[in-house]
Ligand binder design. Structure first.
Ligand code: NDP
Length: 314
């Protein structure tokens, strides 16, 4: 495992990390989630991603229970939470100063840690002035409740505004962004953020490297049983299949066969080849998937510039 600097910060984050969206609670019970976290940690993963919204807070409770049981030293791992979707009431959502403070305190309780390493604004909130959210994050930094704050799926313009507010009032701007990035979803990361990466050197912890599993190739003949698109409450994901370019996915499958690795591994390594990526967050509903995905690091040398060019041309 290699470790990359998280943007301009001094924090070294593992290039592959592990997240809990959909899987924790819905697909992984405590025993299986613990096996995955323990395996990942043994392989050098140091970042575990979570959010107040995941399984309505239950995902953080589960991860917190596991962290307690595994008894890792607190200075050996990075754990995150995200604020935005905390509940149905008007005060329980968005990026107001109040909800940012409440969400942070609640996440600390659920994860059973004294501080969060990374705390993300899970989406932009058009109803709250960006300056208010930047101030709230700065407060949490000063209180030692979070180490770094970031954005998730903010536009380049919104990120720019956060930095301008921070500069004007001598506050800390975002250290990282958490966008979707994979072979099927490239526009924002590669084009819209181009200037942001150059100007502010922010880090990135990217999500859905396998496009929720599409890039494993297993959806090419329809939705398989026991897959994410069949998980109760996540059926909406299947709707996206109408616009998926399965021709591209088939070509990825063929290319991965040619170089003798799994399509999932090729898709993960393609993400890692982009130096603006600080960490690729993996998701897995089974330990065997996590093993296969972490194993991709053994094949990094197979991913030449020609391979990347070929994929980018599909
Ligand atoms: P992926 O795109 O890698 O999808 C993971 C899912 O794909 C698994 O749960 C599994 O689903 C399937 N899968 C993974 N590996 C394999 C394999 N080798 N063979 C077959 N199937 C496989 O990542 P996620 O979408 O889970 O995103 C990763 C993390 O990013 C999340 O856990 C979360 O922490 C973060 N995230 C952040 C978001 C944000 O808005 N900031 C949004 C979404 C995610 P199954 O077995 O059920 O088919």
């Amino acid at each position: 495992m290699e470790y990359r600097k998280l943007g301009e910060s001094g924090l070294k984050i593992s290039e592959l990390s592990f997240g809990s969206w959909v899987t924790f609670v819905n697909q992984l019970n405590e025993k299986d989630a613990m096996s995955c976290m323990a395996y990942a940690y043994d392989k050098g993963v140091n970042f575990f991603d979570n959010a107040e919204a995941y399984a309505h807070g239950e995902s953080e409770i589960l991860m917190g229970d596991i962290l307690k049981k595994l008894k890792w030293d607190r200075d050996t791992y990075i754990v995150s939470s995200k604020v935005f979707w905390g509940g149905d009431l008007p005060t329980q959502k968005g990026l107001s100063k109040k909800h940012i403070h409440d969400a942070c305190n609640a996440a600390l309780m659920r994860l059973k840690v004294d501080y969060l390493d990374l705390f993300f604004c899970h989406r932009p909130d058009p109803e709250t002035p960006i300056l208010e959210s930047v101030y709230a994050m700065n407060d949490l930094l000063q209180q030692g409740k979070i180490m770094y704050w970031g954005t998730s799926e903010w536009s380049a313009q919104e990120i720019n505004e956060a930095f301008l507010c921070a500069k004007k009032f001598n506050l800390r701007g975002p250290t990282m962004e958490q966008p979707q990035y994979n072979i099927l979803c490239r526009e924002r990361f590669e084009n819209e953020y181009r200037e942001i990466f150059k100007k502010y050197r922010i880090g990135s912890t990217i999500w859905s490297p396998l496009a929720s599993g599409l890039l494993t190739g297993k959806y090419c003949n329809g939705v398989p049983k026991n897959s994410r698109f069949k998980v109760k409450g996540y059926e909406w994901l299947a709707q996206s299949m109408d616009s998926v370019d399965f021709n591209k996915i088939n070509r990825i499958n063929d290319l991965s066969k040619k170089i003798n690795i799994k399509p999932s591994q090729l898709a993960i390594l393609w993400c890692l080849k982009n130096k603006n990526v600080s960490s690729v967050i993996l998701g897995a509903s089974k330990l065997s998937q996590l093993k296969e995905n972490l194993d991709s690091l053994n094949y990094l040398n197979l991913i030449t510039d020609d391979i990347i060019e070929e994929i980018n041309g599909y």
